[in-house]
Design a protein around this ligand. Structure first.
Ligand code: ADP
Length: 218
């Protein structure tokens, strides 16, 4: 069965989420207080409606409770974002994801009981910074504030070594969970797998262990 999503706020972030969900074949109700933005989505989303989501009655009339997942992407108007999230929670929406503008906003949203609070600008900033400072790091994904997964390109020093020889698990406490060589993907590479310069390694570990791995091996 198709999942039903509602996206509230059709700014840059909300529009992008909305389009991506539609591309994945999901049913999406797009909501915004601004008529022009709603009109722009009338041919993209499954349904597009103009509504002020800080009004409980309106949300009830939209049957918002029946959606599997509601994404609140109201940007600058933090008050409207908080109030909308609170009403969604009170109405018993099963899954609520909210975009936060700053740390204070994030804290309030978590207290209200939003299932997931995202902070795309801050997180993207961190990821890009990581890529910029570490030459061989292609991407970094924070799993929590203590653990990450990073994608690194194997350098000359690693070339020709097997995973056993590199021994990243014992030396750095990290695990290489996957690799990419050209178009080939290797999930859970075996201990005797020989690394070549240019291979993409997917490494999981505690942040301080990953930092050591990056400092000493890359
Ligand atoms: P972004 O930073 O993602 O571009 P914006 O602040 O530009 O975010 O967009 C947020 C959207 O949320 C705007 O289109 C705005 O009209 C909409 N919005 C703001 N308040 C409400 C509300 N009370 N109900 C519904 N939509 C709202």
């Amino acid at each position: 069965m198709k999942k039903e999503f509602a996206v509230i706020g059709l700014g840059r972030f909300g529009s992008s989420i909305c389009r991506a969900l539609v591309e994945k074949g999901m049913e999406v109700l797009a909501i915004d207080i601004d008529e022009d933005r709603v009109n722009a989505f009338s041919n993209i989303a499954s349904h597009a409606v103009m509504a002020d989501t800080t009004d409980e009655k309106t949300l009830k009339e939209l049957g918002i409770r029946n959606f599997d997942h509601v994404i609140v992407a109201i940007g600058d108007n933090i008050q409207a974002s908080i109030l909308t999230s609170l009403i969604l929670k009170e109405l018993g929406v099963k899954h609520i994801t909210v975009k936060a503008q700053n740390d204070y906003h994030e804290k309030v949203l978590s207290k209200i009981g939003a299932d997931r609070v995202i902070h795309p600008e801050r997180d993207m900033g961190k990821r890009i910074a990581h890529q910029i400072v570490s030459n061989n790091v292609l991407d970094a994904l924070e799993l929590s504030d203590k653990h990450s997964v990073i994608e690194v390109i194997a350098n000359k020093r690693m070339d020709g070594n097997t995973l056993v020889e590199l021994d990243v698990r014992a030396k750095y406490g990290c695990n290489i969970i996957g690799m990419k060589r050209g178009e080939e993907i290797i999930v859970s590479p075996k201990a005797d797998f020989q690394i070549r310069e240019g291979d993409l390694l997917i490494v999981i570990g505690a942040n301080n262990d990953i930092e050591r791995f990056e400092r000493q091996l890359l």
